[in-house]
Write a protein that binds this ligand. Structure first.
Ligand SMILES: [Zn+2]
Ligand SMILES: [Zn+2]
Length: 150
């Protein structure tokens, strides 16, 4: 087994801490404990978002909000409708009223996670989220991760 350098171990620890911080933040935001799913078992939208995000990182077309460049590692939020742009938690919350439905592209009009029309998955560091509008959610109601699904 390859020995890790102290630098690599420190990065690992920081990423783990960022992941734990993300999980705590999700719980504190009223979303309950995050759903952690092995990639193979993740929903199709999440696998696609993850694949596009990793591809964008690989070819360096990936973009970030400015806040992610400040300070140490922190949880990263990936909006399913724009997987090549990584944002901080504050920007994700601020963007919610303007986010589109992932299924039809119309405004999702979701004011809070409690309407049950958002699906959130927690990766090692990244938080993946998709929103759907009321009509699309009604067509496939079982996929809401949090909230009552009204
Ligand atoms: Zn930000
Ligand atoms: Zn829709």
């Amino acid at each position: 087994m390859k020995e890790k350098t102290p630098g690599e171990i420190a990065v690992d620890d920081q990423l783990r801490a960022a992941g734990a911080e993300g999980a705590q933040w999700l719980a504190a935001a009223g979303w309950g404990p995050p759903v952690t799913v092995p990639v193979q078992k993740a929903a199709r939208w999440q696998q696609e978002v993850r694949a596009r995000m990793l591809a964008a990182q690989a070819d360096e077309s990936c973009t970030w909000c400015v806040h992610l460049l400040d300070g140490g590692p922190q949880p990263v939020v990936v909006h399913a409708e724009h997987p090549t742009h990584l944002i901080c938690r504050a920007c994700s919350v601020a963007a919610r009223p303007h986010r589109p439905c992932l299924d039809c592209g119309k405004p999702a009009a979701s004011a809070s996670p409690l309407d049950g029309r958002e699906d959130v998955f927690m990766g090692a560091v990244s938080i993946y989220t998709r929103l759907r509008c009321r009509a699309c959610h009604r067509n496939e109601p079982r996929n809401g991760t949090f909230g009552s699904g009204s």
